[in-house]
Design a protein around this ligand. Structure first.
Ligand code: ATP
Ligand code: MG
Length: 420
């Protein structure tokens, strides 16, 4: 152990467990790549003002959770707490919305940072895979994203997740609702902080997890009773499309993302095996965000799925991913000459695309065979001086335990054949 430990709220991804993380990322990315989404990567930090505007001044993320700092050059930056604002900033900066057909469909994968109280499933550094469809208002694109997330979770073998769905209305119907909600909330017995929230961000109060708040919310006006005809029709189409795709969801009239540029479709993916950190992903429509960060009107929709919590969800359901062993062939040389010969064979195998590894460090047979076992290799190649004199190496099938000599000049071809 060194003097140092991973910073509070962070953890290291180590083999073999790290393989599950890669598999989760890949399972989320694959359906996106297959559906016209192009990969985007943006910097790990941005101008702090982008997040203040693009996530919202009144959000917990901006007021409490952001790693903001000043550089030596005097720039005010922040480690990115989420992906959407950066992706939209990058798309606008590169004029992607002018280059071709809309929507611009992008996916991303990376690290995000929030100064939160660390708990299981809540970290200060975590991973998300996200998708954004920029510049189109079409219920089919909202439906597409929900269907693709469902497909990702299912491809991993997850079953105990639920999709919660709601509509937040638009600039026509939401202000009317907002006022009605504020009226109702002002009549309740709430603490100072929550009272302040009624003025700035009343929808967020619906999301308050405290029982003493939830109890008072019986009879609270719900947005679904205030939706204008256009929003109602839009939402109905989203529901029809995902239902037709066989994706099950639950209407959750209290589900919110309490910012003004979030509009219409809102959804969250929750997993029932995760305790209080139950959200494995979330997203929705953000028709007003582009204008909030100085761009043109670009109605858009997206989601971000948490990789860490998805891995925890797999553990909670006891799903064992079928991860192929990383090494197919492991070479164990006995002696200097064998080392030279087998190292060359391993290089040749690797160049043919066969996953191969080698007993480094000149250990004895016993230790090297332990490494071979641990590697999960299907075949082990062992050679000592006598084998070399005979022009062979011993090929051991690690499943059956059988061992036979194979001519050195055909061993690569033989292994290629065996591994098909
Ligand atoms: P929560 O309500 O749990 O704080 P959130 O609404 O802040 O979640 P989003 O901003 O919607 O989360 O991020 C999308 C996903 O990213 C979440 O559903 C979750 O899986 C993951 N996520 C968010 N914050 C963290 C965190 N601190 N640690 C691990 N995963 C996180
Ligand atoms: Mg949060």
């Amino acid at each position: 152990m060194s003097t140092f430990k991973a910073p509070k709220g962070t953890y290291d991804l180590l083999p073999p467990d790290s393989a599950a993380y890669l598999a989760v990322r890949e399972a989320i990315a694959a359906p996106l790549r297959n559906s016209g989404y192009g990969y985007i990567e943006t910097p790990g930090f941005e101008n702090v003002e982008l997040f203040a505007r693009g996530v919202g001044e009144s959000t917990d993320i901006v007021t409490k959770e952001m790693y903001a700092f000043e550089t030596k050059g005097g720039d005010r930056l922040a480690l990115r707490p989420e992906g959407t604002a950066s992706v939209l900033r990058a798309a606008l900066e590169a004029n992607l919305h002018k280059a071709g057909n809309l929507p611009v469909k992008l996916w991303y994968s990376g690290s995000y940072y929030r100064y939160e109280r660390p708990q299981k499933g809540r970290y200060r550094h975590f991973s998300q895979v996200g998708a954004e469809a920029i510049g189109a208002e079409d219920p089919a694109i909202d439906a597409e994203l929900i269907i693709l997330a469902d497909q990702s979770y299912r491809s991993l073998g997850l079953k105990d997740f639920r999709i919660l769905l709601n509509s937040l209305g638009d600039s026509e119907c939401r202000p009317v609702y907002r006022a009605a909600l504020q009226d109702f909330l002002r009549g309740l017995d709430l603490d100072e902080d929550t009272r302040r929230r009624i003025d700035i961000n009343p929808l967020r109060v619906l999301d308050d997890k405290r029982p003493q708040v939830q109890e008072q919310l019986t009879g609270v006006p719900l947005l679904r009773d205030y939706l204008c005809d256009a929003c109602k029709a839009y939402h109905e189409q989203v529901r029809e499309l995902i239902t037709a795709a066989g994706v099950r969801y639950e209407d959750d009239p209290k589900l919110v993302r309490g910012l003004d540029y979030y509009t219409r479709t809102t959804f969250e993916f929750v997993h029932d095996g995760l305790g209080s950190q139950s959200a494995v992903g979330g997203g929705g429509r953000y028709d007003g965000l582009s204008e909030m960060i100085g761009g043109p009107a670009l109605p858009s929709v997206g989601w971000a799925l948490g990789v860490d919590r998805t891995v925890l969800a797999l553990e909670a359901e006891g799903v064992r991913l079928d991860l192929p062993s990383t090494t197919s062939v492991f070479a164990v040389p006995l002696g200097d000459e064998a080392r030279r010969v087998l190292f060359a064979k391993i290089t040749e195998l690797r160049r043919k695309g066969i996953a191969a590894d080698f007993a480094f460090g000149g250990r004895g047979l016993k230790g090297a065979m332990k490494s071979a076992n641990r590697s999960g290799a299907r075949y082990t190649l062992v050679a000592g001086e006598r084998d070399l004199a005979d022009g062979v190496a011993q090929l051991k099938d690690m499943e059956s335990g059988e061992q036979r000599p194979v001519a050195l000049d055909t061993v690569v071809a033989e292994l290629t054949r065996l591994l098909g």
